[in-house]
Ligand binder design. Structure first.
Ligand SMILES: [Fe+2]
Length: 133
């Protein structure tokens, strides 16, 4: 669930993060409304992955613009989530009966809250230091 504490103070990035949480909510809604067909879960995850890639590339552009010193490490973390999402999508295709939506929702929500609070916040902290100096 989105929480205003996740705002890092860079407007475009905050809006995109909220949009990611709204996509996670759509998956939660599928469960609540009993629409958990393999096709619906597959489409929802694909949609989440596609938007995640768009968001990461925007955030990476921003890091480049401000010469963020931890750019490479940060991009590697992004690539690792993209790989996990690819794997999860493969699992839905190959073993749909073993795919746990609850487990996925709790994993992805925790991933994002951790990433925003621990990694993305550092981009904002670096940017605000630039303004002062
Ligand atoms: Fe990030």
């Amino acid at each position: 669930m989105w929480n205003d504490d996740y705002k890092i103070g860079i407007e475009n990035i905050d809006v995109e993060h909220q949009y990611i949480f709204s996509k996670i909510n759509l998956i939660r809604r599928l469960k609540e409304t009993n629409k958990l067909s393999t096709e619906n879960i597959f489409n929802a995850l694909l949609d989440l992955k596609e938007y995640t890639i768009i968001h990461f590339s925007e955030e990476e552009e921003y890091m480049k613009e401000i010469n963020y010193p931890k750019y490479t490490e940060h991009c590697a973390i992004h690539r690792s989530l993209e790989n996990i999402l690819d794997q999860r999508i493969q699992e839905i295709i190959r073993f749909p009966e073993y795919f746990s939506v609850d487990e996925f929702i709790s994993f992805i929500s925790m991933w994002w809250s951790f990433h925003i609070c621990n990694q993305d916040r550092k981009i904002a902290a670096y940017k605000s230091k630039l303004k002062i100096s």
